[in-house]
Structures are given as structure tokens and as C-alpha cells.
Ligand binder design. Structure first.
Ligand SMILES: Nc1ncnc2c1ncn2[C@@H]1O[C@H](COP(=O)(O)OP(=O)(O)O)[C@@H](O)[C@H]1O
Ligand SMILES: [Mg+2]
Length: 522
């Protein structure tokens, strides 16, 4: 409240109207004062002159009567005359003297030189003096009395003039400037740069031009603001677009990087698979070649052994019984050697057959369409006599409509080897093992999952499982050719893939075989 009143006082103190009015009033007052002073002086002078001339008139009028009374020494007459003079309006002091003892005085003698002294002449002879003085104060008061109404009128006029001036200034200048200031402040405080509601008057004065200028300025600021807003909106749209684009690019880039990484991993896997496949293929080829090379001399050995056996039988028949008795021990040794030769040659021939088979040559017709379920069931049926001797079970989970183009013999060989391995290796010291064969498909592939819950494999076996001649039953009937044959059949013949998967129990093989026969191996 005090601040507001303080502001009001401050604004009044600073008001143009107040200052202009004050200046005008001071000027008018100064001029008025000067004019009044001049008027007073003029009136005073006139009054003074009037008093002076009336004093002279009085002197002239009374001189001869006083001179007569003085001549006759009529003191009472002189006193009456002195009283009469003193009662004149302009006279304040009278003195009649005869330069001797007579001295009649009325009033207080003033100490200025405005005392008119005239000689009293009787018949031309000076007999005394008459001194008359008029009162300057009464001159002044008379002057004042004369001009007082004019002065009051002047003062009233000046005051009226001042008031009217202030009102006019207030209406024409101050109130308009204040309204202008209020509107401008309102727009500034509320950030509203719209034209003023204050209309310029028809007089086209400075304030009107100020209003027009401010309106133009606010229009321009409004334009600028609008342009700025539009520019900001466009900028934010561009920013958003840019952000989106950056996000999209980053996303694509990340996708590309992920794809590249995956490709790299795939490439590494393929490379190691290729190296592995090459190695296995080279080893397999070598074993097949050994099998092929040894098969012929081995066949010859078998023939020779057979001939030798026949020769020994013929020799025995031809020999007299006495001679046989004599050579009985030697004959027995020969028979035993021949039997041993026969056993080992046959085993070697079997092994060589296995050696030749690992090359996974033509096994049956590759182009026939076979039912996977039927093929699995046939394998299980063949192995049933063997399974019956144990408590192991085989679970098959395969849809009956799963078909693929390939050799049923090849699939049978794969499954037979896998099942035989589970029985021989996996279920070693296990009475009730379980084998699961699960099959599914996708657009291109048949996915075959073979697992048992046997003892599983060591890390070394996992590494070398597909290598030819790798067996953990060396010298105990193991040849190490089964899994290599499985690998070759799946990869080379069926153009598929086989991997050993990680599992906590037993072993899990995952095989994928193309539904349609392929020309190129991966
Ligand atoms: N189901 C299985 N459970 C545990 N070990 C297995 C299984 N299948 C294969 N193996 C291991 O893989 C080796 C190689 O198998 P394979 O090539 O068939 O040779 P073989 O059966 O003549 O030993 C086996 O000696 C055995 O140690
Ligand atoms: Mg085996």
C-alpha cells in the first residue's frame, strides 16, 4: 500500500503536467508580480503626484489667510487654520511659525524631505513660514486600496488560468500518455504484442504518432514472434525427424552388426566344420582305400587257406591209418592252425568290408520317397530280438505323414548304428535304459533327434566321436567305424548334418536331413 502511494506520489512528482504547470505558473507569477509591481509603482507615483499637488493647493489656499492672521497675531485663528489644514486628506503634518516665538504644529514631523515649505507673505513682505507634509503611508495605502480589486482580479485570473492549463494538459497530454504507458506495460508483462486499443485522435499530434509508432512496432514484433514460432516448430519437427532417422539408422546399423557377427560365427563354424569334414573325409578315403587294397590279397589268402584245408583233408584220406596215428599230433596242430587261419582271415575280411563301407557309397535308391515313421519302425522291428534280451525301451515320437526323398537303407543304417551304440556303450551296466527317437519338420528339413539316458561320453570321446577307427572298446570288439559311417551317410549321402548336442544325461544327436534330395553338399 505504502509502495503504491509512494509510486503515486513519485509519479505525480515526475509528472510532465506538474512540471509544465509549475513552470508556467512560476513564469506567469513572475510576470504577474512584475506587472503588479509596475502597476503599484505607477499608481503610487500618481497618488504621490496627486498628494503633492493637493498639498500645493492647500498651501496656496491657506497661505494668505495664515499670513493675515499672523500679521494680526490672531493665534486662535491660526490654530483653527492649522487644524483645518491638518484635516485635509493628504496632510499629515502642519507647522506655522513666524521665525520667532510663534510656532503652531499639528501631527508628527516626518523625517523626509517631502515637507513643502512656503514663505508667508503679507503685502509682499515675508512674515513667516508654512510647512506642510503629506503622509507617504497613506499614499501607499490609498494606492493599495485603489488597485486591490485589480490585484485580486489578476490573482483570480491567474489561478483560473493555471487550473484550466493543468486540466487541459492533464486531458490532452498526461492522461493519454498514462493510458499509453499502462497499455504498453500490460502488453510487456503479459507478452501480448498486439496493437493498442488506444485510438489515435484526429489531431495527429505527437502522442498520436507515438501510438501509431508503437502499433507498428508491436505488429513487427508480432510478425517476428510468429516467424520465430514457425521456425521453432519447423526446427523441432526437423529435430524429431533427425532423431527418428538417427534411431532408424542406429537400429539398422545394430542389425547389420548383429548379422555380421552372426555371419562371422557361422563362417567360423562352417570353416571348422569344413576342416573337420575334410579331415574325416581324408581319413575315411584312406580307410576305404586300405580296405579296397587289402581285400584282394585277403581273398587270395582265404582261397589259399581253403585249398590248403582241402589238401590236408585229401592228405589225411590218402594216408594209411598207421601213418595217421604216427603223425596225429602234427595233424592236430595243422588242423588247429588252419582253423585259426580261417577265423582270423574271416574277421579280417569282415573288417575290410567295414573299411570299404565307410566311404558310404551307393546304398539303395536315393530318389524314392520314404515314410520316416515306417523306416524307424522297421529298424526297431529288426532289432527287437536283441532288445528282448534286455529291459531297454525305445520311444518313437514321429508323425506318420513325415516323408522325405532318400534311401531307406541309409536311414536304417544310421539308426541301427545309433541304437547299437546306445546298447553297447550307453547302457553299459544299465539295466533299464530308454532311447527316444523324435522327428519333426520345417519348411525344408526333417529334424531327427536321437537320445538315450545312458552313461554319456567323456570330453575326448565327444571331440573324436565321428573320427574313423576311434573307439573306446579297442580289442573288445569295437572297430570305431560306426559313428564315422553315420556321419558320412548323413553328410555325403543325405546331404544333411549331424551334431552332438550338450546334455546332462546320456547322449543327444541332432540330425537334419533335407526333405528333397539335394545336389550340392554344404
Ligand atoms: N550312445 C553312446 N553312449 C556312450 N558312448 C557312445 C555312444 N555312442 C558312441 N559312443 C562312443 O563313441 C565311440 C565310437 O563309436 P563307434 O564309431 O560306433 O565305434 P564302436 O562302437 O566300434 O566303438 C564308442 O567307442 C563309444 O565310446
Ligand atoms: Mg559302434
Amino acid at each position: 500500500m505504502s509502495t503504491r502511494s509512494g509510486n503515486l506520489v513519485d509519479s505525480i512528482r515526475r509528472s510532465i503536467v506538474r512540471r509544465v504547470s509549475l513552470s508556467i505558473i512560476v513564469t506567469v507569477l513572475a510576470i504577474g508580480t512584475v506587472a503588479m509591481a509596475a502597476i503599484i509603482c505607477w499608481h503610487y507615483q500618481r497618488q504621490y503626484d496627486d498628494f503633492e499637488s493637493s498639498t500645493s493647493n492647500v498651501t496656496n489656499a491657506y497661505s494668505s489667510a495664515i499670513a493675515g492672521a499672523m500679521w494680526h497675531l490672531d493665534t486662535s485663528q491660526l490654530n483653527l487654520l492649522a487644524d483645518g489644514i491638518q484635516q485635509q486628506e493628504s496632510v499629515s503634518y502642519v507647522r506655522i511659525n513666524d521665525r520667532g516665538a510663534l510656532n503652531i504644529e499639528r501631527g508628527i514631523r516626518p523625517y523626509h524631505r517631502d515637507i513643502q515649505t512656503s514663505d508667508l507673505l503679507y503685502n509682499g513682505t515675508p512674515i513667516g513660514q508654512l510647512e506642510i507634509a503629506f503622509n507617504r503611508e497613506s499614499v501607499f495605502s490609498t494606492t493599495i486600496q485603489t488597485i486591490l480589486p485589480s490585484l485580486i482580479a489578476l490573482l483570480v485570473g491567474l489561478s483560473l488560468f493555471g487550473i484550466i492549463l493543468v486540466v487541459i494538459l492533464q486531458r490532452v497530454v498526461s492522461s493519454r500518455i498514462q493510458s499509453l504507458a499502462l497499455e504498453v506495460r500490460d502488453r510487456l508483462e503479459n507478452n501480448r504484442f498486439e496493437p493498442l486499443s488506444l485510438q489515435p485522435s484526429s489531431s495527429h499530434d505527437e502522442i498520436d504518432s507515438l501510438i501509431r509508432t508503437f502499433n507498428k512496432l508491436s505488429e513487427r514484433i508480432l510478425d517476428e514472434l510468429q516467424q520465430k514460432t514457425v521456425a521453432q516448430q519447423q526446427l523441432s519437427v526437423v529435430n524429431l525427424e533427425l532423431e527418428d532417422r538417427v534411431k532408424l539408422r542406429t537400429y539398422h546399423l545394430q542389425e547389420t552388426v548383429t548379422q555380421l557377427n552372426q555371419t562371422l560365427i557361422d563362417l567360423n563354424t562352417t570353416q571348422s566344420k569344413l576342416i573337420e569334414a575334410e579331415k574325416l573325409s581324408a581319413l575315411g578315403g584312406m580307410i576305404a582305400a586300405i580296405g579296397h587294397e587289402i581285400e584282394t590279397p585277403l581273398g587270395l589268402c582265404l582261397t589259399v587257406q581253403s585249398c590248403l584245408k582241402n589238401d590236408v583233408i585229401a592228405l589225411k584220406r590218402a594216408m594209411p591209418s598207421g601213418a595217421i596215428n604216427q603223425t596225429q599230433d602234427a595233424m592236430a596242430a595243422v588242423d588247429e592252425s588252419l582253423a585259426m587261419l580261417d577265423r582270423n582271415l574271416k574277421r579280417s575280411a569282415e573288417l575290410m568290408k567295414g573299411f570299404k563301407e565307410v566311404s558310404a557309397g551307393q546304398i539303395g535308391d536315393d530318389r524314392q520317397r520314404i515314410s520316416l515313421l515306417e523306416t524307424i519302425q522297421e529298424v526297431v522291428a529288426v532289432l527287437t530280438p536283441k532288445l528282448r534280451q534286455t529291459k531297454h525301451t525305445i520311444n518313437i515320437d514321429c508323425a506318420s505323414n513325415l516323408m522325405l526323398q532318400g534311401s531307406a537303407t541309409a536311414i536304417s543304417q544310421v539308426l541301427t548304428n545309433l541304437i547299437m551304440n546306445s546298447l553297447t556303450h550307453g547302457f553299459h551296466n544299465i539295466d533299464e535304459g530308454e532311447i527316444r527317437i523324435q522327428a519333426g519338420e520345417n519348411h525344408e528339413w526333417i529334424i531327427l533327434r536321437y537320445s538315450d539316458n545312458g552313461v554319456g561320453m567323456s570330453d575326448e570321446t565327444k571331440q573324436k566321436i565321428f573320427e574313423p577307427l576311434y573307439t573306446t572298446l579297442r580289442g573288445k570288439g569295437g572297430t570305431g567305424l560306426g559313428m564315422h559311417l553315420v556321419y558320412n551317410i548323413i553328410r555325403q549321402r543325405l546331404k544333411g548334418d549331424i551334431t552332438l548336442e550338450e546334455s546332462d544325461v546320456g547322449v543327444v544327436f541332432r540330425m537334419q536331413i533335407p526333405k528333397q534330395k539335394r545336389r550340392q553338399a554344404s
